[in-house]
Design a protein. Structure first.
Length: 156
């Protein structure tokens, strides 16, 4: 006795064809990770992030424990359609990127601007720590005028 297999409906064939030719069903499931560049100049770092289709209100920048975090969400622009075909290749969704900053960065000095879909974050480098003069008081506990001796202290 021969076993007969029922053919799949035409719509399944069309779906399989589109998925095979156009990259599979997992394209929409991919996580969106925006491209970022980090450039070092003499006195600052410059972070550039490509965030096309977003507004500055869609982006958050936070500095905590020497980590700069850029996060946000690019919303989907397509509508569900009962009839016809459409193909969405542009990624969308939430993203978060983190960058460890050098010690001594002043969070209040970090500045950001957003123009034509490109985020620029300017991060001033910390000033080099300089030795600080410390006064040494001699005989401060005996009630007489303390003599002052100057010295220097350096950090390692």
């Amino acid at each position: 006795m021969a076993l007969l297999m029922r053919p799949e409906p035409f719509s399944s064939d069309v779906n399989r064809l589109f998925n095979t030719l156009l990259g599979g069903e997992d394209v929409q499931a991919q996580r969106w990770v925006p491209a970022m560049d980090l450039v070092e100049a003499d006195d600052h770092f410059l972070l550039k992030a490509d965030l096309p289709g977003m507004d500055e209100g869609d982006i958050a920048i936070e500095i905590r424990d020497n980590t700069l975090r850029v996060s946000g969400e690019r919303k989907s622009e397509h509508e569900k359609s009962e009839r016809g075909w459409y193909r969405v290749e542009r990624s969308f969704g939430q993203f978060s990127r983190s960058l460890t900053l050098p010690e001594g960065i002043d969070p209040d000095a970090v500045k950001a601007s957003f123009d034509r879909g490109v985020l620029h974050v300017r991060i001033p480098k910390p000033e080099e720590r300089k030795p600080r003069r410390v006064q040494i008081e001699v005989g401060a506990g005996n009630g007489s005028q303390p003599a002052q001796v100057e010295g220097t202290a350096t950090e390692k």
